[in-house]
Design a protein around this ligand. Structure first.
Ligand SMILES: [Zn+2]
Length: 282
């Protein structure tokens, strides 16, 4: 048993202190040639939040697992009925190729556990569709229902960049952000407090998404590159001050993403080499 702190997934969010997990890795098949099964010895728990949400933060949800799936299914069906869905061709192949790799990476147990993703009882019926629309956007509804707009496909310069966006969107679904928003809006409404919660979700989706794309075998540097290009394309104007926007400012977002690239690569390498995973301490 070895501990490799530098290879920690470090998925915990700020102010979260985690138990010290020691892992060793006698390997048996996991998926796609990646072999890993981890046995965990938990020792030396430190004080700190031990909530049920991502990074062990507190998280209140409004929907049960089956309600979440139902909401995702119904909304997806409604959207696709009205939208100009691209039925086939290279754009569809590309989105499916990248999305399938992201969806497979979701199954990596050490990643799930380190993020503290609550997936027990949740069903993900992954679906991937491309919609003809000039907006550069994508989303993933609860239950794994992905839509990528053609405007985004014209903007991304590589599969890695597309993976960065899809992984961010999938992270929202994995972290049950829609259900959490409903729960929050019932209690705090739509005011400034709600906006700050939304920013927290965005930051969290960036964080989870960056690790997810890396574990799917994509280059996390391209996530930073993509947001840099987005910022340049927008010419640095027409930005809302961060306090009234529900997205972190592009500068802050890039700094955060950049800071997570090293740990994400180290964690992926540790996984590939069957080394110790994970230890997470702050
Ligand atoms: Zn987002």
């Amino acid at each position: 048993m070895r501990l490799i702190p530098d290879a920690s997934l470090r998925m915990d969010m700020p102010r979260t202190q985690r138990c010290r997990h020691q892992t060793f890795t006698p390997s048996i098949g996991a998926f796609a040639g990646l072999t890993l099964i981890c046995l965990f010895v938990i020792s030396g728990c430190s004080e700190g939040p031990q909530g049920t949400g991502p990074g062990h933060r507190e998280q209140r949800l409004a929907l049960t697992p089956s309600q979440e799936l139902q909401v995702g299914r119904e909304a997806y069906q409604q959207i696709l009925e009205k939208a100009p869905v691209v039925e086939s061709g290279p754009e569809v192949d590309r989105v499916r190729r990248v999305s399938e790799r992201i969806a497979k990476a979701v199954q990596i147990e050490p990643l799930q556990r380190e993020i503290n993703l609550q997936l027990d009882g949740y069903e993900f019926e992954w679906e991937y569709n491309v919609v003809q629309d000039d907006q550069a956007n994508a989303f993933c509804l609860p239950g794994g229902k992905i839509v990528v707009l053609t405007g985004l496909l014209q903007l991304v310069k590589s599969d890695d960049q597309l993976a960065a966006v899809i992984a961010h969107e999938v992270a929202h679904a994995l972290a049950h952000h829609a259900s959490e928003r409903i729960a929050r809006e019932r209690t705090v409404g739509h005011g400034l407090l709600s906006l700050s919660y939304n920013r927290q979700q965005e930051t969290e989706a960036d964080h989870i998404g960056l690790f997810l794309m890396t574990f799917a075998g994509y280059d996390p540097d391209e996530a930073v590159e993509f947001w840099k290009e987005m910022q340049n394309a927008q010419g640095g104007h027409l930005h809302l001050p961060e306090i009234i926007s529900d997205h972190p400012s592009d500068n802050r977002r890039m700094q955060q993403l950049q800071a997570w690239v090293g740990p994400a690569k180290a964690a992926k390498q540790a996984l590939d080499e069957g080394r110790v995973l994970p230890i997470s301490r702050r």
